[in-house]
Design a protein around this ligand. Structure first.
Ligand code: R1P
Ligand code: URA
Length: 234
């Protein structure tokens, strides 16, 4: 069995798949955080691996950038490979003063300028939200590990290079924590197939201050986010 975009065999994916946008990041995670990781798909170089973390089977696969790309992979994983949980692990831009670069943001819900969830729900607004059980586990794990996290609404943008930068002030006014490009789409696909999803992000840049993280800082904060996410799904 294979799908148009995934060449893995039935049973090749674990019930939980971690999804960074970047397929090379999926490879890095497999090589540095999982034991006995095996590459299960490489169509279009969108690498997917399955291994174990402290004895538990976990998969990791790139999603690509933006809602259309993650929607293709999430649909095929949920529908064809029996995956139950997808946890997006990505980067985001902060849009308010109390969120700093390097912070961890957990997307409890995702607002968006995309029309995909309206297409699903007969043009009505869909409140795109994370699975409460996954959210609770990651928040409890953050408490246990003494890692500070921000939990709330993120904004999933269709355009990275936005022609409407005035939107960032509106996001701040409405309590949105950060901007990224996939969460609302992933939550919509999970709802469509009766599955579970969560988004965990690290702040790579600050929209208001222009501050960006260095490569070393990105590596360290990324390890923090990985430890938090992996421990929460044990
Ligand atoms: O770091 P990732 O997971 O790719 O996430 C963010 O980075 C990309 C934009 O540079 C978008 O995919 C956005 O959501
Ligand atoms: O989508 C994204 C990701 C990181 N930083 C941004 O400003 N936007």
């Amino acid at each position: 069995m294979s799908t148009p975009h995934i060449e893995a065999k039935p049973g090749d994916f674990a019930e939980t798949v971690l999804m960074p946008g970047d397929p090379l990041r999926a490879k890095f995670i497999a090589e540095n955080f999982l034991d006995d990781a095996k590459c299960v798909t490489r169509v279009r170089n969108m690498f997917g691996y399955t291994g174990t973390y402290k004895g538990k089977a976990i998969s990791v696969m790139g999603s690509g950038m933006g809602i259309p790309s993650i929607s293709i992979y999430a649909t095929e994983l949920y529908k064809e490979y029996g995956v139950e949980n997808i946890i997006r692990i990505g980067s985001c831009g902060a849009v308010r003063d109390d969120i700093k670069v390097r912070d961890i943001v957990i997307g409890m819900a995702a607002s968006t300028d995309s029309n995909v969830n309206r297409s699903r729900l007969n043009q009505c607004d869909f409140a795109a939200c994370a699975d409460f059980g996954l959210l609770q586990k990651v928040v409890n794990t953050a408490d246990k590990l003494n890692k500070p996290v921000h939990v709330g609404n993120v904004f999933t943008a269709d355009l990275f290079y936005t022609p409407n930068p005035e939107m960032f002030a509106l996001m701040e006014k409405y309590g949105i924590l950060a901007v990224e490009m996939e969460a609302a789409g992933l939550f919509g696909v999970a709802a469509e197939y009766g599955k579970k999803a969560l988004t965990v992000l690290t702040v790579s840049d600050h929209i208001k201050t222009g501050e960006v993280t260095t490569a070393d800082e990105r590596e360290n904060t990324f390890k923090d986010m990985m430890e938090l996410t992996l421990e929460s799904i044990l």
